[in-house]
Design a protein around this ligand. Structure first.
Ligand SMILES: Cc1ncc(COP(=O)(O)O)c(C=O)c1O
Length: 395
């Protein structure tokens, strides 16, 4: 087959190869990026979908507006208000997961050769999606406080990118939380360099202790002239259900209009049934309890994983305990002559019937071979203890 040349820059993810091994019986997997299916509010969603069919069958089953189903846009506008973002229902579009928002951003903004700054490490599907549109990705380093804003500023000044893509709150895979001070700096840079900043935020509601600082979009109200340079992508995937495929994008009207045009040729609109169900769910008032539940359960698992990593791996690994999200990002130290390459370690771990994802593919540039990502989302505390003990044996 003669495929389009745009596919030349993109490979299927190395991680997929690893996932083939995950069917091995008895394996404990920390490799996925999924929420736990046992956490889904099935009762609440059953009621919401039944109400959607009973009260608004036309809206829930008919073709709908590309921008999104109006009652859901209204609910999402209210939801964003609870998080400090003032946005009219017409100021956001509904997308088929936040993944589609990223694709629409690629489609509308990236011409082949355009420079885009991402974090190192960043979400793998974003790397692949932006490369598909021909982006030249440049990586800004991330530490425990999120992206290093000094380096980011230097890269923006040098490369004048088309836009900057950040996952500031409990990033995938970094787990890092961008500090308040750095969030303000990002906004100041957006104004100073007139640079568009995309804030991808599927994990911001998933915090375990004190809430994280307000989103970059929420803080834009404090930095004059910054709001017009910020795009915010939200998602119900990690807190409610990824199968619903409900995401949204807030940004400059001009950009949303072009993204809506592209979405028309893509999927016409996000499933009206899913949108009507999500709207009913948000209206039902169950969301606060759902959020409290996921925060509590994932928080407990994150604490268990941190304690187990310290106990079983000691000096062989360094990591920062995440305050939210689904991931630990860790680095093999090689201390005491132990293994320092996460690819080799992943193979040895599989032999011990435990899986994680090596970190290298999450870097658009300069992959760090010692890094790895562990998700604590889908295993209970007992499994976490057992799985990390097996990891210790694989060292
Ligand atoms: C950082 C980030 N952005 C976007 C997505 C896509 O999520 P969804 O399309 O389900 O909203 C994910 C999912 O793993 C993610 O980790």
């Amino acid at each position: 087959m003669q495929f389009a040349s745009r596919l030349d820059n993109v490979e299927t993810s190395a991680i997929r190869e690893l996932f083939k091994l995950l069917g091995t019986p008895g394996i404990i997997s920390f490799a996925g990026g999924f929420p736990d299916s046992a956490m889904f509010d099935v009762e609440g969603l059953k009621e919401a979908s039944a109400r959607a069919l009973a009260e608004e069958p036309g809206g829930a089953l008919q073709y709908g507006a590309t921008e999104g189903y109006e009652p859901l846009r209204t609910q999402l506008s209210d939801f964003m208000k609870t998080k400090g973002v003032e946005v009219a229902p017409s100021g956001l579009i509904v997308t088929t997961g936040s993944q589609q928002a990223l694709d629409l951003l690629g489609k509308t903004l990236i011409s082949p050769g355009d420079k885009v700054i991402v974090e190192g490490p960043t979400f793998l599907a974003t790397i692949q999606c932006f490369r598909l549109y021909g982006a030249h990705l440049i990586s800004a380093p991330v530490d425990a406080d999120g992206v290093n804003t000094e380096r980011l500023e230097a890269l923006i000044a040098e490369h004048r990118p088309k836009f900057v893509y950040l996952i500031p709150t409990f990033g995938n895979p970094s787990g890092a939380m961008l500090s308040l001070e750095r969030r303000r700096k990002v906004l100041e840079m957006a104004v100073k360099y007139q640079t568009l900043v995309v804030e991808d935020d599927p994990y911001g509601d998933l915090y375990f202790g004190a809430p994280p600082p307000p989103s970059i979009m929420a803080l834009s109200a404090e930095v004059p002239g910054s709001r017009e340079h910020i795009v915010h992508c939200g998602s119900l995937s990690k807190v409610l259900s990824p199968g619903l495929r409900i995401g949204w994008m807030i940004g400059p009207a001009e950009l949303l209009a072009k993204a809506t045009m592209c979405k028309q040729f893509s999927d016409a609109h996000t499933s009206t049934f899913a949108q009507a169900t999500a709207a009913q769910y948000l209206r039902s008032g169950r969301m606060p309890a759902t959020l409290a539940n996921v925060r509590q359960v994932y928080g407990e698992r994150a604490r268990a994983m941190g304690a187990a990593l310290k106990r079983e791996m000691g000096e062989a690994i360094t990591f920062t305990q995440p305050n939210g999200g689904l991931f630990f990002w860790a680095r093999l130290t090689g201390a005491g002559g132990k293994i320092a390459d996460a690819n080799v370690f992943a193979k040895r771990a599989i032999e011990q019937l435990v899986a994680f994802v090596p970190g290298a593919p999450f870097f658009a540039e300069n992959p760090e071979l010692a890094t790895l990502r562990l998700s604590f989302a889908t295993a209970n505390v007992e499994k976490i203890d057992e799985g990390i003990a097996r990891l210790g044996k694989a060292l």
